[in-house]
Design a binder for this molecule. Structure first.
Ligand SMILES: [Zn+2]
Length: 235
């Protein structure tokens, strides 16, 4: 069975509901592959082969396995990717077109894994915020951007149908980690020189909510401009 487990929603990051509500150990019970962020938007997270890597605001990568490390949002699943095709000189902006040439996955959630040599990678990471937490757009204004050239690595991410923009990022949400696990982040742009694209469609979306978090439970999302804030901060 193929299931995407999502803890929290991207929408709750918009007004700054950044309290970590699930430990990394509990997250890893639901998948060995994925993306997320830490409490207070503490870096960009990428889970690969059962290990969670955090790219902090300075772009430094560390393995997180501390019980105290909690996440307000993540997407994970158990990897069972199938090779779609080899690709050369593939730009980030062409990923959607390239994928949908071959498969009709527009209306389902699916995982994507892209491995190989990248001629260009532009990734960002955010600095941990303290209470009172700022909004997602305020944090995005302070992001650090890292540029890399001629680098081997792996992209892990998800496609969400556009009708789900809000709970997720409609379209692709991709994170990168280098092969040597020294650099990475949330992808803003890339060009794959030579590599492979693999996909994994999901039959089920398991949406998990932080029901013990009073701030989330009582928050009125009506007044947050979720879709445009997510467009601004995540694309
Ligand atoms: Zn991200």
């Amino acid at each position: 069975m193929s299931e995407l487990f999502q803890h929290g929603t991207l929408a709750l990051l918009v007004p700054g509901l950044l309290e970590g509500t699930m430990s990394i150990q509990d997250v890893l019970k639901h998948g060995d592959t994925g993306i997320g962020t830490g409490q207070g938007l503490d870096g960009e997270l990428i889970v690969l082969d059962g290990t969670a890597y955090q790219v902090n605001g300075e772009g430094k990568v560390t393995v997180v396995n501390d019980t105290d490390f909690k996440l307000p949002f993540c997407d994970v699943h158990f990897a069972n990717f199938k090779l779609l095709k080899a690709a050369k000189n593939l730009k980030m902006t062409d990923v959607e077109k390239t994928v949908f040439e071959d498969v009709d996955y527009r209306n389902v959630f699916f995982g994507v894994k892209i491995t190989g040599n990248f001629s260009k990678v532009k990734a960002r990471s955010v600095n941990k915020q303290d209470k009172p937490y700022p909004s997602l757009t305020q944090t995005a204004d302070q992001q650090s951007v890292f540029n890399h050239e001629d680098i081997n690595g792996t992209i892990i991410g998800y496609y969400s149908p556009h009708i789900f923009n809000g709970p997720a990022v409609g379209g692709f949400h991709l994170h990168f980690i280098s092969e040597d696990k020294t650099v990475g982040g949330h992808l803003l742009d890339f060009e794959l020189a030579d590599g492979e694209i693999s996909l994994q469609p999901f039959e089920t979306l398991n949406q998990h909510f932080p029901v013990d978090n009073q701030e989330f439970m009582s928050h009125d999302f009506e007044k947050d401009d979720i879709a445009s804030a997510i467009d601004y901060a995540e694309k």
